[in-house]
Ligand binder design. Structure first.
Ligand code: LLP
Length: 418
């Protein structure tokens, strides 16, 4: 297995040389375990891959907004791409300078826009004419200059899961290019809007760099067109989307960097990118314990103590994350479905995979769970979400202690009393 920060030592999975079983002795399952070493090296690899252009890396908090993770990336130099007032608070709590925060998303409320302006963030990426009207009216009422970028939708098909493809005009994202051009000409005339440039994000889990290339070429065309008309277009924000291969953990930062270089070298724009998954996916694993083995005449099931409320990607996007036993104690192998305790057939992590037969209480690992894992967890079936730890300099650091169901009962019961 070639995964920085995680390796099998004498048949047992370790995170940075600490045995997973010893981490679980202190913090019970289900448990997210992150490797700070993996996280830092992912950031460095991306930075190196884009070092021949002056690019600002704005980490997309939506992929993992645990404060310990955001803080570590901030310390490496990352800014933030946020999509809510909540993420703005988390970015600030993680000490990301507000001058390095970009606010994306199709449905920013007036309150969120005011919070962003108040915090003096780098820019708001606008996705519709109505949103622009709202920002203009807030900016005028405050008599403050608000930095704004327009997100274009290049109307291209992207070969990824349909729920995470955002580059076509059949989706709610961005502005069609002709609309973006006319709105940009308009903001030029607004005294309280500072035009910052254009943004794009065509989707997530993209492996074909030609798709990025075609989107970036559309973006460049619009930007050049606006410049020819005398508009100031300083920055192009290229979004996120770099794919993570969940079979072999590979991330093609080099190809992504080369693509950006090919399109934007010597074009005279400052650039930013909004990577999420590619930075954090491989830095986290989810550890669960085997509760039961169950067999019928058609299937063998391993029922574990993590469920779709902890990690929803397999059932929501048919994602295939690598799964293994933390420590292999038998020589027999069988075909299993790995399932959780939730009362839904969709509560599974993998189907028909070959694994050594575990015993009750044996630990199971789900790899590449660092992105869109804990952030998408819920209390479904009144299950408390998993705790989270990070291994940092050979120490186990508790990053998140999930709200217990007892606390949830207390907070809801206190409402009934009022
Ligand atoms: N920028 C914008 C405007 C975005 O909407 C996204 C992701 C990103 C950047 C970061 O994209 P990334 O580098 O992570 O691909 N829950 C889904 C993924 C949803 C992605 C949403 N937008 C999943 O688990 O696959």
């Amino acid at each position: 297995m070639n995964l920085n920060g995680f390796q099998f030592n004498k048949g047992e999975l370790c995170c940075e040389d600490i045995a997973i079983s010893s981490i679980v002795n202190k913090h019970k399952t289900p448990l997210y375990v992150y490797s700070s070493k993996n996280l830092i090296s992912s950031y460095k690899k991306l930075k190196d891959a884009v070092s021949n252009l002056n690019i600002e890396i704005l980490y997309a908090l939506k992929s993992n907004s645990t404060i310990g993770i955001v803080t570590l990336l901030g310390e490496q130099g990352a800014g933030a791409d946020i999509v809510s007032g909540g993420e703005l608070k988390i970015a600030k709590a993680s000490k990301i300078p507000t001058s390095k925060i970009v606010f994306s998303g199709v449905g920013k409320t007036e309150e969120e826009i005011r919070q962003a302006i108040d915090s003096k963030i780098k820019q708001i990426n606008v996705e519709s004419e109505s949103e622009l009207e709202k920002i203009i009216s807030i900016a005028n009422s405050l008599n403050t200059k608000v930095p704004v970028s327009l997100r274009i939708n290049p109307d291209i098909e992207v070969n990824t899961h349909k729920k995470i493809a955002t580059g076509s005009n059949l989706t709610k994202f961005g502005l069609p290019t002709d609309q973006a051009i006319s709105l940009y000409q308009r903001i030029k005339l607004e005294k309280n809007i500072k035009p910052m440039g254009l943004a794009i994000h065509i989707g997530s889990q993209i492996f074909n760099n030609l798709e990025f290339k075609s989107a970036y070429e559309s973006l460049l065309k619009v930007a050049n067109n606006l410049r020819e008309q005398g508009c100031d277009v300083p920055n192009l924000d290229l979004g996120g989307g770099v794919g993570v291969n969940y079979d072999n953990f590979e991330v093609d930062f080099t190809g992504f960097g080369r693509t950006i270089y090919e399109v934007f070298n010597k074009q005279g724009y400052s650039l930013s990118i909004e990577p999420g998954r590619s930075l954090v996916a491989n830095s986290g694993i989810l550890i669960a314990k085997t509760i039961y083995l169950k067999r019928n005449n058609k299937k063998n099931f391993i029922i574990i103590d993590a469920a779709m409320n902890d990690f929803i990607r397999p059932t929501l996007y048919e994602a295939n994350h690598k799964i293994a036993l933390v420590k292999n104690s038998t020589n027999t192998e069988e075909i299993f479905d790995i399932v959780g305790p939730i009362c839904e057939t969709g509560d599974y992590f993998s189907k028909d995979i070959l694994l050594p037969t575990p015993k009750e209480d044996d630990l199971i690992v789900i790899f590449s769970a660092g992105a869109y894992g804990s952030v998408m967890s819920s209390n479904y079936n009144s299950r408390p979400p998993a705790n989270e730890v990070m291994i940092n300099n050979q120490k186990i650091q508790l990053l998140k202690k999930s709200q217990s169901i007892d606390d949830k009962i207390k907070s809801e019961a206190s409402l009934l009393i009022c």
